[in-house]
Design a protein around this ligand. Structure first.
Ligand SMILES: Nc1ncnc2c1ncn2[C@@H]1O[C@H](COP(=O)(O)OP(=O)(O)OP(=O)(O)O)[C@@H](O)[C@H]1O
Length: 787
């Protein structure tokens, strides 16, 4: 607890005109408590003030003369209060003085200069700065802004302020709880997480105050305003929360009605203002008098709201604002007298710490439940609904810790809930049974030999062993299958992809390698190459599947296929397409390069333009001229070049896209043609093979020595497997089918050759292929000869 009297400070407002010398003096050194002496001019001493004293001396904690700036006021008055608020104590700063003496200027600040910011914005800034620095606590800040006008409270942060007149707004009313704590109904609390948010609220409140202001109702003069910062702090993990409030109060003008000489509405207001200030004075007098048991807080709204600040749990500071001009002397003396009484009030500030209400609620809920359970048990009406999952988990945890507790005196407290008691018994039973089974099995495993036969377990082991064996077999089968499939796929890809090799090569990159891909979805950029390659592999295997071609083609059959393909009518189309495809690929490649070049140029031009622009701006700044009115020719040239380059880029890009579509289409056509070709070949091959078998009985094929075409000549060296391929004839060369006129070459093309020239491999499948091919070729040539 901090016991402290209300701190009083005086601030003298600067005067416009040069003040006549000697109207007041400040003595800073008077035994460390400065005093303000107001010297009454002779004419005034005879008139208003009846005791005819010539000077009045008032003591203050500190007196700020006319030259004191806002920062000095904040640092000396508000900062210490803000610090105690951060520590968890309530604080109040209120400005008291006659109209125009500088209350609003001191509390809120002047509107003209940033340096004129008053206590509220500076305190907000300070508090939020401190909150940011302190990471040991979790802070929450709320703001409220109350206006008391004609004894009625209004919420200055009520959004309806803009649309409604003051009278139509809901009034803030005072509620008092049994502990005599004051609660304000209809006063909104707004959370502010940053200084900016809090300042916005201050601005909103001040604007609302101004909106309500009319020439007849100069709000700042005739109303009291209380800006409150509510600060809560909590250490992480702790249930204790500290609450502190800082009231920053701008009171209405304190001048007397008699002097103001007002009537009508203004008189009513003045009465109210005076009345509330009068009650404030009464409270202060009561508080300053010893042995006064009743303090009349309830007489006015303002004293009710500021109850804690005056003689309660708060560190309070008053600023007496003085306008020490000749005509204001009596009001200034009155303000100072008020301050002297205030200085006698002793406050007792305590840390406002409480347990988080949410935790209190949880505790109370638990207590209620326990009482309900007890009641149900006592009245014989136990609860029947099933325990929740969370309850069961909690209960089992309790049981575990109870069982693990070595203390024989320990108790298992589950409350008066029969459901929980039953659950405990079930759980114990289960644990006991589990233990028995475990002990049995341990004994069995310890006893060796045949004493303990468990047929069920033996069976289970056997079953498991079988399953294991089965799984092993399955794995082996699958591995073998995988190996086979892999080999097949590789071979198929190799064979079927042979034809594509050149396309793949051409397709590899229309953009030169290492070049960055074009912007957007460049049709032939790197990712699409990868995709194309995958598509190609997929297509190849598809091709093989569609033709039904044996994926493992013997060399002889390959040779036959090559010749068949060359002679096929569609080969021209395929060749043509191949040609076109090659052209398109090279066109795409060139386009890709050009696109990249255009991109580089665009980037370059943009750079140049920025540079040029910066140069121009720098030139403008150095010559202190606005942006030059004459257009910059170089900049314009660069701009038109950039536009041109962009157009070119776009055209090329569109063409590249179209090319991709065309290429894909051509590839599809070729695939189709190939499927057809291979199918026809397969049919022809099968036909030839069957006719061969008709002429040479089965099983005799290897010994069969048909008259065979001499060309192409085949190597007979069986030992050299790699040499087992068709080579051009070293002797008199047989022209290819298309080069040779059938008739002219008839004799040459089907000469009788000894069988020894046929290279047989020993593999029945391959050899039958070779023989079938030779026979087929012979037939074809013979047919051609007779045409
Ligand atoms: N210390 C100061 N330095 C400069 N200007 C000041 C100072 N104090 C007050 N003023 C100026 O004097 C004028 C009146 O001040 P202010 O409105 O703060 O008085 P007030 O006591 O709040 O009056 P009211 O009771 O009508 O609200 C304002 O224009 C304000 O800018």
């Amino acid at each position: 607890m901090v016991k402290q009297t209300i701190q009083i400070f005086a601030r003298v407002k600067p005067t416009v005109r040069k003040q006549p010398q000697g109207i007041y003096s400040i003595d800073e050194d008077e035994k460390l408590t400065p005093s303000l002496e107001i010297i009454l001019p002779r004419d005034l001493a005879d008139g208003f003030v009846n005791n005819k004293r010539e000077s009045y001396k008032f003591k203050f904690q500190r007196i700020f003369d006319q030259d004191a700036n806002q920062e000095t006021i904040f640092a000396n008055i508000a900062k210490p209060v803000a610090e105690s608020v951060l520590a968890g104590y309530n604080g109040t700063i209120f400005a008291y003085g006659q109209t125009g003496s500088g209350k609003t200027f001191t509390i809120t600040g002047g509107a003209e200069r940033y340096s004129d910011r008053g206590i509220i914005p500076r305190t907000l800034s300070y508090i939020f700065e401190q909150l940011q620095k302190d990471s040991s606590k979790i802070y929450t800040t709320h703001i409220s802004y109350l206006e008391i006008y004609n004894e009625c409270g209004y919420d200055l942060l009520d959004p309806r302020h803009e649309a409604s007149s003051l009278e139509d707004l809901p009034k803030v009313t005072i509620l008092e709880d049994p502990d005599q704590n004051i609660h304000l109904k209809n006063l909104s609390l707004h959370q502010a997480t940053t200084e900016e948010e809090a300042l916005n609220l201050l601005f909103l409140g001040d604007t609302n105050r101004m909106i309500a202001e009319t020439p007849m109702n100069q709000a700042s003069t005739r109303s009291h305003c209380i800006f409150t910062i509510h600060l809560s702090s909590k250490e992480p993990g702790s249930a204790a929360v500290r609450h502190a409030k800082l009231h920053l109060v701008d009171l209405a003008g304190s001048e007397r009605v008699a002097k103001t000489g007002v009537g009508g509405q203004l008189l009513t207001e003045a009465k109210y203002i005076n009345l509330s200030l009068h009650y404030l004075e009464q409270v202060i007098i009561a508080l300053s008098e010893k042995h006064r048991s009743h303090i009349p807080y309830r007489n006015s709204m303002m004293t009710s709201v500021l109850r804690d600040s005056l003689g309660g749990n708060c560190m309070t500071t008053m600023i007496a604002t003085l306008s020490l001009e000749k005509r204001n002397i009596d009001e200034s003396i009155s303000t100072c007298r008020f301050a002297q009484r205030v200085a006698l009030i002793r406050n007792e500030a305590v840390l406002n710490e409480e347990i988080d209400p949410r935790l209190v609620i949880v505790r109370l809920q638990k207590e209620i439940q326990e009482l309900k359970d007890e009641l149900a048990l006592a009245t014989g009406e136990p609860r029947t609904e099933a325990l929740t999952e969370a309850e069961v988990i909690l209960l089992e945890k309790l049981i575990t810790s109870f069982l693990e507790d070595q203390d024989p005196e320990s108790r298992l407290e589950v409350g008066a809930d029969m459901r929980k008691i039953h659950h405990c018994f079930h759980h114990f039973k289960k644990l006991l049974n589990d233990k028995k089974i475990h002990e049995q099995s341990t004994v069995c495993s310890e006893v060796t030999g045949q004493d303990c036969h468990e047929p069920l377990k033996e069976e289970e082991y056997k079953k498991l062993r079988d399953i294991l064996q089965q799984r092993d077999n399955e794995i082996n089968i699958l591995v073998n299958m995988l190996k086979k499939e892999k080999k097949k796929a590789q071979d198929a890809l190799h064979l079927c992809g042979m034809e594509r090799k050149e396309f793949q090569h051409a397709q590899s990159s229309p953009l030169s390698p290492g070049e960055p891909a074009g912007p957007g979805a460049l049709p032939l950029s790197a990712p699409s190459q990868v995709q194309d390659a995958t598509t190609l592999g997929h297509r190849s295997s598809l091709l093989c599947r569609k033709t039904g071609m044996r994926e493992e083609m013997s060399l002889g059959r390959q040779e036959a296929f090559e010749i068949f393909k060359r002679d096929h009518a569609d080969s021209v189309t395929i060749d043509d397409n191949k040609q076109i495809l090659r052209q398109r690929f090279s066109e795409a490649k060139a386009l890709g390069e050009n696109i990249n070049e255009a991109r580089r140029k665009i980037g370059h031009l943009k750079e140049e333009l920025t540079q040029r622009h910066l140069q121009q701006v720098a030139l403008g700044i150095s010559e202190n001229t606005a942006v030059p009115s004459v257009p910059d020719l170089l900049e314009e040239t660069l701009r038109s070049q950039l536009e041109e380059e962009k157009r070119r880029y776009k055209t090329m890009f569109t063409r590249l896209k179209a090319l991709k579509v065309e290429i894909e289409h051509l590839q599809l056509l070729m695939d189709k043609a190939k499927v057809k070709l291979q199918k026809e070949f397969e049919a022809w091959w099968a036909e030839e093979a069957s006719s061969l078998q008709v002429s040479s009985p089965a099983g005799d094929s290897l010994r069969h020595t048909p008259s065979l075409p001499p060309r192409p000549q085949l190597l007979s060296n069986k030992s050299d497997v790699r040499a087992r391929k068709i080579l051009p004839s070293p002797g008199p060369v047989l022209p290819s089918w298309e080069q040779t006129s059938p008739r002219a070459s008839l004799d040459d093309s089907i000469p009788e050759r000894p069988t020894s020239t046929i290279p047989l491999t020993g593999d029945s499948q391959t050899d039958s292929d070779i023989l079938a091919f030779i026979k087929a070729r012979q037939n074809v040539l013979q047919k051609k000869c007779f045409q």
